[in-house]
Ligand binder design. Structure first.
Ligand SMILES: Cc1ncc(COP(=O)(O)O)c(C=O)c1O
Length: 512
């Protein structure tokens, strides 16, 4: 009998695990006699005591019974639990959510993550690294750990943090917030999940911007919602194209459309409210990076104009502090407050109290907003260097989408289709550049070559080194010419680059 020890922990525990595995796999069937301890010890090159300890453990757990003078035998009832390796057809049924997850979610290929081997990565969604904030945060955490109660925190969030968030939103986002309407969550991702739990049922319609944050689309797909993508332009969501069929929810990024970059104009904001009223729909405002504006003060949030209490406002510390924190907040309509708290309770009872206490103190001390002001200055500088570099090295072929906010810029390489994007990314990687396609953020990707440039995680010096490299990549890219028509057609049939682009296409087809 071949027994593989896994190398973890004491030898007798390794042997116990290996023998259990052999019994459960049926390699030692019901009633089979385990090898004599002396023989097994000699075979494995371990002491007899090790084998005896393992056998004793198996006896104590009921896997084998001992017959005096005769050895150890696999216990009869075990045959019922002996398992075949499960296959998808032998597994007991899973939920519709899990089944949809298998179709939609690709763990190994999440848009926006840094590719391995890139020296300069234009990763979007990563905030600037400020060592002063890291040490301030370490101090806040240590202090908070000392005075935070070890008991479960209030599900809705610590009162001190809800108050601090309310004050901050009033100062910076033009919102008048009662802290009683704030729910602390572990990031936008959880906030959107809560919106779906509270406001939508399977089969309900939801409007998303086209293009949209891919995670919103995926969450909607996982929940079994039907997606109506509505185009965006320089004024944000095309409200004149909102569907006649009433949606339950409209997801928008009004302060800085993700990923296109526009700001929802005042006229469109009013149109959106009128639409939501007419169709009895909720509006979900994802204010993920609206704090950072480069042509004046940040614009007030959409919810500040909401007179009907229809907007669920979502903010996150992912862009303003760092995403590993997993801390965000919602301002919810008064009538829904208990529903959201119940939904939050069902997920995790509440977010970590120590982090919440540390964040409350970071905001109340003024440290958070000092950090934001400093970040905005640094980001403005980096953005300027990026824009100049893209114009200079773009060889007249790169069209930059107008955007004066946030931490990323969308750009289109003219004369090339969607089939060329992966080739450009591969050329980038050969030159040490982490480039990112914009196309995963489309429900129906256009046949264009679009990139997203995050500028927060590269210093000015790094940007100055990276942009000439981008110019060289473009040169090489153009030299090779656009993808031949046959390759384009093949890719659109989903036969090429099976992990990236077609995944989006497959997701779209399934929903029709
Ligand atoms: C549009 C949008 N919303 C929200 C987030 C942040 O999500 P979270 O708060 O879950 O980190 C991101 C991050 O990339 C984003 O792009």
């Amino acid at each position: 009998m071949y027994l593989a020890l896994d190398g973890n922990g004491p030898l007798h525990a390794q042997l116990t695990r290996a023998l259990k595995g052999a019994i459960l796999d049926g390699r030692y069937g019901e009633g089979a006699r385990l090898p004599p301890s002396r023989a097994l010890a000699a075979e494995l090159g371990v002491s007899r005591n090790t084998v005896l300890t393992a056998y004793e453990q198996l006896r104590a757990e009921g896997f084998v019974s001992a017959r005096i003078g005769s050895g150890s035998y696999v216990t009869p009832p075990l045959h019922a639990t002996q398992v075949q390796r499960p296959t998808s057809t032998t597994l007991p049924p899973q939920s519709a959510f899990a089944r949809r997850g298998r179709l939609v979610h690709d763990h190994g290929n999440l848009p926006g993550r840094a590719p391995e081997g890139a020296r300069y990565c234009f990763q979007y969604g990563l905030p600037i690294v400020n060592p002063a904030v890291a040490s301030m945060w370490a101090r806040e955490l240590a202090r908070a750990a000392a005075y935070t109660s070890p008991n479960y925190p209030p599900t809705q969030g610590l009162p001190a943090l809800r108050e601090a968030i309310g004050d901050y939103l009033a100062r910076r986002r033009g919102l008048v917030v009662d802290p009683a309407d704030v729910v602390v969550v572990s990031g936008t991702q959880q906030a959107i999940s809560l919106c779906l739990r509270v406001l939508a049922d399977e089969g309900d319609h939801a409007v998303v911007e086209e293009p949209q944050y891919f995670a919103v689309r995926e969450l909607l797909q996982l929940h079994g919602a039907r997606i109506s993508p509505v185009p965006t332009d320089v004024e944000g969501l095309r409200c004149d194209l909102l569907p006649e069929r009433s949606p339950r929810l409209v997801f928008v990024t009004p302060s800085h459309q993700f990923p296109g970059g526009s700001v929802l104009s005042l006229a469109r904001r009013m149109e959106l409210f009128a639409y939501a009223r007419r169709h009895d729909a909720w509006v979900v405002e994802d204010d993920y990076d609206g704090e950072f504006r480069y042509d004046g003060r940040p614009l007030a949030a959409l919810r500040s104009l909401d007179r009907g209490d229809r907007v669920i406002y979502i903010g996150s510390f992912s862009k303003t502090v760092f995403p590993s924190l997993r801390l965000g907040y919602m301002v919810v309509p008064r009538a829904l407050r208990e529903d959201f708290v119940t939904a939050k309770w069902s997920l995790d009872f509440g977010s970590s109290a120590i982090e919440q206490a540390a964040m409350a103190s970071f905001i109340a001390s003024g440290g958070f907003e000092r950090h934001l002001r400093r970040s905005t200055r640094i980001l403005a500088e980096r953005r300027e260097v990026l824009m100049q570099g893209l114009r200079h090295y773009g060889r007249g072929r790169v069209r930059i989408a107008d955007s004066r906010a946030g931490m990323h810029v969308a750009a289109w390489v003219e004369g090339h289709g969607a089939a060329d994007v992966e080739r450009l990314l591969a050329i980038g990687l050969r030159h040490g550049l982490g480039l990112h396609s914009i196309l995963p953020h489309y429900h129906a990707p256009p046949d264009r070559c679009g990139l997203l440039f995050g500028f927060a995680s590269l210093s000015v010096a790094e940007l100055r080194e990276a942009l000439p490299l981008f110019g060289r990549c473009l040169e090489e890219f153009e030299r090779e010419g656009p993808a031949p028509v046959a390759a384009l057609a093949r890719q659109h049939r989903g036969e090429h680059h099976a992990r990236r682009q077609p995944r989006q296409v497959r997701g779209r087809i399934r929903q029709r």
